[in-house]
Design a protein around this ligand. Structure first.
Ligand code: CO8
Length: 258
């Protein structure tokens, strides 16, 4: 594993965990952290031995946003080119399911990073928000697009236009998080969830993630066509044969690709 300074990357069985680790800045996302995060996540994504990735932070902060001090003096052209994070869109192309395990603050780019993941598991201490408006800017890592899709236009507008934070319970009611767990159980719950996903057929998991992504991006008719093709393609895999045979034989499947 490469030597990282702003994250900790580790694996256990088929699950990889990336822990954001800039405690002095509440895990604010600076260029170095984002580079390391993308490097580690891309490496895990390319490894067929990894079936799910967990991204987490500290008890106090998942991430308090992009590093304000680092980008404060940048201009238009620099930011258009990605500012301190020129490669961050690469994160959105990862195919392995990613679980954000959020404790404490997930603000600005931190909330947006969580929303780039497939599942958000929240500790009861989690606080989500898009406070960019209070800095004289707006969300820039996809928050103005993903938040309304996740929680609806009107609630997203209130959050983005006022910068107010919402706690874990409100976030769960709004549909932003899949589940709330006690803070001291967050990592164990995230690992268990990741292990469950990693035990499935990897081609089926990747196809399901692609279909979920299509649901975010395509009109319904196009998304349904996408699903029909992906569903039929699943029948070309050995794992489909094994999964269905195992069901008929009343035993656990032994997927070849996982
Ligand atoms: N950037 C830099 N440093 C930060 C950040 C941040 N986002 N958040 C916290 N820190 C630092 C503080 O400056 C402080 O450092 P120091 O001890 O040296 O003064 C340390 O972390 C601890 O923070 P606080 O003392 O403020 O801790 P509190 O518990 O009092 O407050 C808060 C916690 C409420 C989270 C507070 O720190 C805060 O409001 N942080 C900023 C949150 C914010 O505005 N985030 C949005 C940033 S903008 C963004 O994310 C845009 C993303 C899109 C980029 C797209 C590029 C292409």
């Amino acid at each position: 594993m490469d030597a990282y300074t702003c994250i900790i990357a580790e694996t256990r069985g088929r699950v990889a965990t990336i822990t954001l680790n800039r405690p002095e800045a509440l895990n604010a996302l600076n260029g170095a952290l984002v580079r390391e995060l993308i490097d580690a996540a891309t490496g895990f994504d390319a490894d067929p031995g990894i079936g799910a990735i967990v991204i987490t932070g500290s008890a106090k902060a998942f991430a308090a946003g992009a590093d304000i001090k680092e980008m404060a003096e940048h201009g238009y052209a620099e930011m258009l080119l990605g500012g301190p994070f020129p490669g961050w869109v690469g994160f959105e192309r990862l195919r392995t399911p990613i679980i954000a395990a959020v404790s404490g603050f997930a603000l600005g780019g931190g909330c947006e990073l969580a929303m780039m993941c497939d599942i958000i598991l929240a500790a009861d201490t989690a606080k989500f928000g898009q406070p960019e408006i209070t800095l004289g800017i707006l969300p820039g890592f996809g928050g103005s697009q993903r938040l309304p899709r996740a929680i609806g236009k009107y609630k997203a507008a209130e959050m983005i236009l006022t910068g107010r934070m919402m706690g874990a319970e409100e976030a769960e009611r709004a549909g932003l998080v899949s589940r709330i767990v006690p803070a001291d159980e967050l990592l164990a719950e995230a690992a268990a969830l990741a292990e469950t996903i990693a035990s499935k057929s990897l081609p089926a998991v990747i196809a399901a993630k692609d279909a979920l992504q299509a649901a975010q991006e395509m009109p319904l008719a196009e998304g349904l066509r996408f699903e029909r093709q992906a569903f039929a393609a699943a029948f070309a895999t050995e794992d489909q044969k094994e999964g269905m045979r195992a069901f008929a034989e009343k035993r656990a499947p032994e997927f070849r690709h996982r």
